[in-house]
Design a protein around this ligand. Sequence first.
Ligand SMILES: NC(=O)c1ccc[n+]([C@@H]2O[C@H](COP(=O)([O-])OP(=O)(O)OC[C@H]3O[C@@H](n4cnc5c(N)ncnc54)[C@H](O)[C@@H]3O)[C@@H](O)[C@H]2O)c1
Length: 449
Amino acid sequence: MRLSVIGCGYVGLVTGACLAEAGHEVICTDIDSERIAKLKAGGVPIYERYLDEILRSTRRAGRISYTSDAGQAIRAAQAIFICVGTPPKDSGEADLSAIDNCARQIAAEADGPKLVIEKSTVPARTGLELSRALSAYRRNGDVRFRVASNPEFLREGTAVEDFFHPDRIVVGVEEESAAADLREIYRPILERSFHCPLHNGTCPPGPRADFLVTTINSAELIKHASNSFLALKISYANVLSELCERLGGDVEEVTHAMGLDPRIGGQFLKAGLGFGGFCFPKDVQAFIHLAASVGVDFDILKATDRVNKERIDRYMERIRRALWVVKGKHVALLGLAFKPNTDDIRYAPALEVLKRLLADGAAVHACDPEAISRTQALFPGAHYHKDPYAALQKADAALLCTEWDIFKKIDWERAGKTMARKLLLDGRNLYSPSAMRGLGFEYHSFGRP
Ligand SMILES: NC(=O)c1ccc[n+]([C@@H]2O[C@H](COP(=O)([O-])OP(=O)(O)OC[C@H]3O[C@@H](n4cnc5c(N)ncnc54)[C@H](O)[C@@H]3O)[C@@H](O)[C@H]2O)c1
């Protein structure tokens, strides 16, 4: 099928690349003309494992192309995926202006019937507004639009894997024909009949994705409800870690045993610096706001958000207590991206820590495998290193903020010999307290003795 993707960010590029790899013809567009120029020149504007490889192979096969001319992309496609950003306003409400822009542009440019699919995360009832905008701004009265919601559940860092091997594909539709078209678009993925770059073409046997057809409102709610629930689990584990500190338990032991109960599950029960990224913080806020707009007080989500913000305060308190005076101290900050295997620093806890340390007058030596250039543009006052040992040299303290593999493999005996003081504040409970203390470190983590 001929598809277009509007918005070439994390979701748009992965969607476009994977659907092209699955055999469709995809044309991608973005308002950011520099991004389009980079893609046309063979560059990849984001870091995501396997993405550059798929973009290269689909481009060679002539199945993916890029244009700054949104009209061209809209006219060329039978189905259009809207993958633009939906950032939070100051109030927490989702800013849907980019979705509205897309709707008006599609309405003005379409010269034939289109299936318009919202893949961006949007509040319930956005599909209804999208339908309304498409007919209100329609230039050609004969053009028929069908609207569908197809929320995306990929996780940055494993986005290609998640897209090709989803647990479920949710499509919210108003009419059966839209569900049938979406089933056809996803058929290669449902049937595993694409060349899988992760498994060299032969995927191991495993459960196939459920294809769930719902109403548009339900599909939109499913996405916000899922992200908010996962965020809630993280905040729950973080409150448990505080209880463990005060009562004398070990949060890892508690959450491990809890997670063995299949009704609870062990994922997203990790205590630490809390969640960040472009999804959880804004989606929790948007869901609270949506609920309030219809008179529902979602106070468990307000608590989720509050607990998460307080994680940074708790971490900073520990840093200040351990260092006594922060001003003038050499601090090695390990990890900038909001989680490993991505260069995304949006709402990254590490950046908030970096900002506060700079404000306190520390000399921050930051290290991250992929996120340095993005961070450097925002915080030119810090020092940046690709090599963790370089960041740790002469450091008064090491702060672990993102659990990248290279940090798991640090030889702390070697690093400790070059540090001014063997002090490690582990924001992700990555290391073993006894092993670190055995190496002579003053070691702090969350909720562990
Ligand atoms: N990043 C994730 O892990 C993830 C996962 C699932 C869902 N989502 C949701 O998907 C949406 C996109 O997220 P993202 O991380 O890809 O964002 P992003 O900021 O990386 O990408 C958005 C892109 O849209 C472009 N854009 C904005 N307005 C446009 C317009 N009017 N026309 C054309 N292009 C336009 C921007 O230039 C940018 O390149 C959001 O709603 C997000 O909540 C994100």
